[in-house]
Design a protein around this ligand. Structure first.
Ligand SMILES: [Zn+2]
Length: 387
């Protein structure tokens, strides 16, 4: 089956802003002479996502027209749906030092030149206004808002070109660009592919949701975020090992792809749910699972806000189909996994544990009930927390 059977990338052709291998050395030499901006880890991940098409149709950091349009109506100036401004903030000093330079170099947090940027504009912006529009709060205690308040006062706009890709990133075997996942899905003959975003271990509840979605799709893209998150009590390496042992034992190998998601978390709740769905569309997913309080943090968003926001867009404007799920659990009387939508029994029949309870058990080396976590997964998590 060809790639054409898959959902089209968002807003047009898949963006590819990676310099060709034969032009790489010359591009790096030229970049070394340019004024440079040092990227934070989040900005570095944005550059990777922009250049490899994860953020298609974006080819660079937002200019003023797109920025304004994203804030006020969750669309690019062209009208294409886009919910989170992807910006390159720098300090006034850095902005001045660049001056009117068009091509600049972008250095990763270690100082290495990774990309160039054609700076088409510099503009100032109102951080509180962006906070309210994107995060629905101006509270500096919100991790996304805190990051926004701490960043530079000038935004640089323009397309980026990736000139040097790190070859030493963790989990390199599980790093696939949208072009790669699309090729893989096509090889497997998949047309309907469901994406699942996670930054946690997969317990029975999530397995059930993934498999329920897989019943109506051809394949599953298990797409964990392994970059920096705010509470890493389980390391990314342990989580990756737990996904692998789960897949080996309980998923048909030809129906699932485990691949890491390189974007940084924003904790923007509803707007980030849209952003996550669009990124998965670019990977070739036709469906995307949206749970309760997707990409939320604290009490900033209502339980169903991240699901309801999809109603603000016509299905053809999004393309990817959101699949909404409730919390699920094992019910002893039902004798299987269920949710409040499908099980009539009360809490005494249901095997539920809070996040804190699970963490406490694993820390003490206790295996949670098999109805809550697969034994193989629990063992990986316990070993990982002891290491
Ligand atoms: Zn029940």
């Amino acid at each position: 089956m060809t790639n054409d059977a898959l959902i089209r990338p968002h807003g047009g052709a898949l963006v590819n802003r990676i310099v060709s291998p034969d032009a790489r050395d010359a591009a790096l030499r030229a970049a070394a002479a340019l004024p440079a901006v040092h990227l934070t880890p989040v900005q570095h991940s944005d550059v990777l996502c922009l250049a490899t098409g994860v953020f298609t149709p974006l080819a660079g950091f937002a200019g003023r027209d797109d920025y304004e349009s994203i804030l006020t109506r969750m669309r690019l100036a062209s009208g294409v749906v886009w919910s989170i401004p992807v910006t390159l903030p720098v300090s006034c000093e850095v902005a001045r030092s660049i001056g009117g330079a068009r091509p600049i170099a972008l250095r990763d947090p270690s100082g290495r030149i990774v990309a160039t940027m054609d700076v088409t504009a510099q503009f100032s912006y109102d951080k509180e206004r962006e906070a309210q529009a994107v995060y629905r709060t101006t509270d500096a205690a919100h991790p996304g808002v805190a990051r926004l308040y701490a960043q530079g006062d000038v935004l640089l706009a323009g397309p980026v070109t990736l000139v040097d890709r790190r070859g030493d990133e963790p989990f390199s075997a599980f790093r696939r660009d949208p072009a790669d996942t699309r090729r893989l899905f096509a090889e497997r003959g998949w047309r309907r592919v469901v994406g699942f975003q996670t930054r946690n271990p997969v317990h029975r509840a999530h397995e059930y949701i993934q498999k329920a979605a897989l019943e109506i799709c051809d394949g599953l893209l298990l797409n964990p975020l392994v970059g920096e998150t705010k509470s890493d009590d389980i390391s990314a390496a342990t989580r990756m090992a737990s996904y692998q042992v789960l897949i080996q034992n309980y998923y048909p190998a030809d129906r699932v792809v485990l691949s890491v998601f390189p974007a940084a978390m924003r904790y923007a709740g509803p707007r980030e749910a849209i952003f996550h769905a669009i990124a998965r569309k670019n990977y070739g997913c036709s469906h995307f699972i949206v749970g309760r309080d997707h990409a939320g943090v604290g009490d900033y968003y209502g339980t169903y806000d991240a699901q309801r926001i999809f109603d603000e867009f016509a299905p053809e404007d999004l393309g990817i189909v959101p699949l909404f799920f409730e919390h699920t659990f094992f019910c002893r009387r039902c004798g299987g996994m269920a949710s409040t939508k499908t099980c009539p029994h009360d809490g005494s029949s249901r095997v539920t544990l809070s996040g804190t309870q699970v963490r406490d058990m694993l820390t003490k080396g206790q295996v949670p009930p098999p109805e809550f976590t697969r034994a193989e997964v629990a063992q990986v998590l316990i070993d990982g927390m002891r290491a």
